[in-house]
Design a protein around this ligand. Sequence first.
Ligand code: NAD
Length: 360
Amino acid sequence: MTQHYRITLLPGDGIGPEIMAVAVDVLKLVARQLDLYLEFQEALIGGAASDATGNPLPEETLEMCRKSDAVLLAAIGGYKWDPLPRHQRPETGLLALRAGLGLFANLRPAQVLPQLVDASSLKREVVEGVDIMVIRELTGGIYFGKPKGIFETESGEKRGVNTMVYSESEIDRIGRVAFETARKRRKKLCSVDKANVLEVSQLWRERITLLSKEYPDVELSHLYVDNAAMQLVRWPKQFDTIVTGNLFGDILSDIAAMLTGSIGMLPSASLGASAPGVFEPVHGSAPDIANQDKANPLAQVLSAAMMLRYGLNQPAAADKIEQAVLKVLDAGYRTADIMSEGMKLVGCRAMGEALLEALQ
Ligand code: NAD
């Protein structure tokens, strides 16, 4: 029986519409090949939405997202909207989307593709074969804990306060996403905390350890965050799946991303408990190259593959897209951001055409 999925597309700003067009063509072809029925609907977000409606996340957009099976987002933002008041700025729309859908888990894979090993700033033997998934808790921890603010003490001195807080249920739900994800990978999970100093981390470690009893097939280890940062650049191949809180995950996912050296190649997924997930490239809207057919569409295309794998549970379709990406890189096609000597320089559209050919 043909599986039917409704997908909301949010092209956003800058290079967003260009890279989204490539991803949609790829999805349509793979759907035809695997007998999936993908119904696409498009909505406004970010600067484009602010221009049209005064609101960077119009209510219609959020409603449409809520009623779909998955959301594929490109990127938002640009210099043009910098002077706007905060409530109309593109980033406000993105944060409202994450909050509106209750997306508490952020998955960021960092894979060093053999064809792009030399794009990394680390030595070939250190990064060759790296394939890490960083899972960051997204809606709790020190970014949201209360009390927070800048307060004046009795002596008139100001004090800045943030609170790192996690409840058992918050740890358990991100822990489950992490164990389930590790299960779909190489079945190794490293939980990162600061349990030698922070009570909140002691609870984190206790709950993750308890949860591991339900996943005997997944090998669990723990690292303190300072050591994890060192290990990521010393010998990243030791990691498969990493799970950590909001603040530590913010930093570690960027370190892991930079092992690959190419921002135009990195996808991500944000998942909630029941609402659809949002799948988007890690990079921004690249206004410096927008509308010039220079953008690398591969992070967007790989985000579409993550959508199929983690959002729609269609791993065969995801595999097909990921293999097509490897094939075009093997054939030597490169956009400017990943160009190296002897390779064929192509624009965004031509990279899309090469992908379609690789899929045939
Ligand atoms: P950026 O990621 O947009 O660009 C950084 C550099 O990488 C630029 O030189 C850009 O040309 C290049 N680049 C990025 N993606 C590329 C791609 N697919 N192909 C080729 N080159 C690519 O980050 P920035 O310049 O700091 O921010 C630009 C705008 O994007 C800002 O308004 C920022 O707020 C927004 N932004 C949005 C998101 C998001 O939508 N999730 C994330 C980060 C930044």
